[in-house]
Design a protein. Structure first.
Length: 165
């Protein structure tokens, strides 16, 4: 199973969540990309500090991270595309229509009741809702980054638990 986590710049939310999921379940293959990424950018010190503060682990998977933009090969190789914002679901559906059945907002996916198979079925029929968006910490202070990291850490636990059921 290969998951692709999508955010805007691929320097905070999506790489943090990908690293967190892999920390919890090393058997899952999780990549990340951005809808408007500047390829090659590194994650900020605030992102690294927030990751360590929340997980209690060194950010091995984040320290060498370089941002990348969404492309057809990344999307085609993903069994599930998890976006952190409704707007990114819309971008995915517009740029990669064939990925619509496997693209969803993270929090919206977790709000659906049922087993993994049940919550990942019919994703293209869900209207992406901003109420499920995860705040972009860009430009925020250290506390903002920690708050987002805590939210992502909870989501990572929920995703891995749901996947394992």
């Amino acid at each position: 199973m290969r998951w692709l986590v999508v955010c805007t710049g691929n320097v905070a939310r999506s790489p943090m969540l990908a690293a967190m999921v892999q920390l919890l379940d090393g058997d899952l293959d999780v990549a990340s990309a951005g809808t408007h990424a500047s390829p090659g950018a590194t994650v900020s010190g605030r992102t690294l500090d927030a990751y360590v503060a929340v997980t209690g682990r060194p950010p091995r998977d984040l320290s060498g991270h370089r941002s990348r933009s969404l492309d057809a090969a990344l999307v085609a190789g993903a069994d599930l595309v998890l976006a952190v914002e409704a707007s990114q679901v819309r971008v995915m559906r517009q740029r990669f229509p064939s990925a619509a059945p496997r693209t969803v907002s993270l929090a919206q996916l977790l709000a659906r009741p049922g087993t993994w198979e049940e919550v990942t079925t019919g994703l293209d029929t869900l209207e992406p809702l901003e109420a499920y968006d995860i705040l972009d910490p860009a430009g925020g202070d250290a506390e903002t980054y920690r708050t987002v990291a805590q939210q992502l850490w909870g989501i990572a636990h929920e995703l891995v638990e749901l996947w394992g059921r």
